[in-house]
Design a binder for this molecule. Sequence first.
Ligand code: ATP
Ligand code: MG
Length: 350
Amino acid sequence: MSATIAVLPGDYIGPEIMQAGLAVLAAAAATTDFTYSLKTYPFGGAAIDATGEPLPEATLKGAQAADAILLAAIGGPKWDAAPQRPEAGLLAIRKALGLFANIRPTQVLPALVPRSPLKAELVNGTDFVIVRELIGGIYFGQPRELAADHAIDTMVYQASEIQRILQAGFELAQTRRHHVTVVDKANVLATSKLWRRITEKVAAAYPDVTVDFEYVDAASMKIIQQPTHFDVIITENLFGDILSDEAATITGSLGTIPSESRGISGPSLYEPIHGSAPDIAGTGQADPLSMINSITLMLRNSFQATATAAKIDQALAATLAAGIMTPDLGGSATTDSMTQAIIERIKAAD
Ligand code: ATP
Ligand code: MG
């Protein structure tokens, strides 16, 4: 069966890194048995220009019908004065697809250790994933109120919402090093106390996975002091928002990090964590790794195409080890030359 992938290139560096990522995918697929078809749709600013809407009906339908969705990046100054913001499209597609889990790998490849703000001996070998609950918690809870003399935000979690994100995290841990850390503030918050109770229940179904709990304040220190401690971190929306940016920082560049947003049913959406980088668009400086890593995450998680993903990973590591990297990683390669170097190594390994 051939996979159908919806492709949303977006704005500024979006189309540049999408083109790079798809070229790498084509090369790796040709050497393995992965077959797929691509359908490209306008999204974000590009869609506003074409149709007046950031998420046109045809784009949403195409995304819903696909087996997986690849998004590069959207938004930028061109649409500052537009009646609708490109980012409104992102919120709308997340909502329409019920994307409840945001999965962010934090991996520091040996060649990138010198880019990290942390000491090499601390960061070397870092390889963990944050599984963040994306559609509940304090960002959405009612009541909300903003008055002159007071304001209210409400953190609400249903047991079912907690259970499904925990299950996603435990299942992921089973494919990795079998270690889950649940991050909460259970000494203070009722929602965190419920998370702990439900974790005890869910954990019973995964006897091969070790579980520990960390308060979010302690966890944020440990990400800096001992990042190799972690395998899979599962946490609620607000804590996950903060911790995943902290985790991105220790890798040394925004330009390498992918993410998956997973739905209750239906396709996952894979995208770099960075924005559309208007400051470097058109200069050839965009790092394609965040898009390439989004594609390998898709190959593994949506299509179990492990061999195809491993081909890309090996070629990428060899390219970095040869010192071929874009300026954000301290090199002088362009988006194109780095992409070509990876493709050559995929072909050479064949
Ligand atoms: P957003 O609000 O969409 O998150 P932002 O203003 O936070 O956008 P980004 O677009 O994420 O900014 O970019 C932040 C900085 O990181 C910019 O200087 C940008 O050039 C750089 N950057 C982001 N992605 C890449 C990439 N793939 N390669 C190189 N540099 C990048
Ligand atoms: Mg940003």
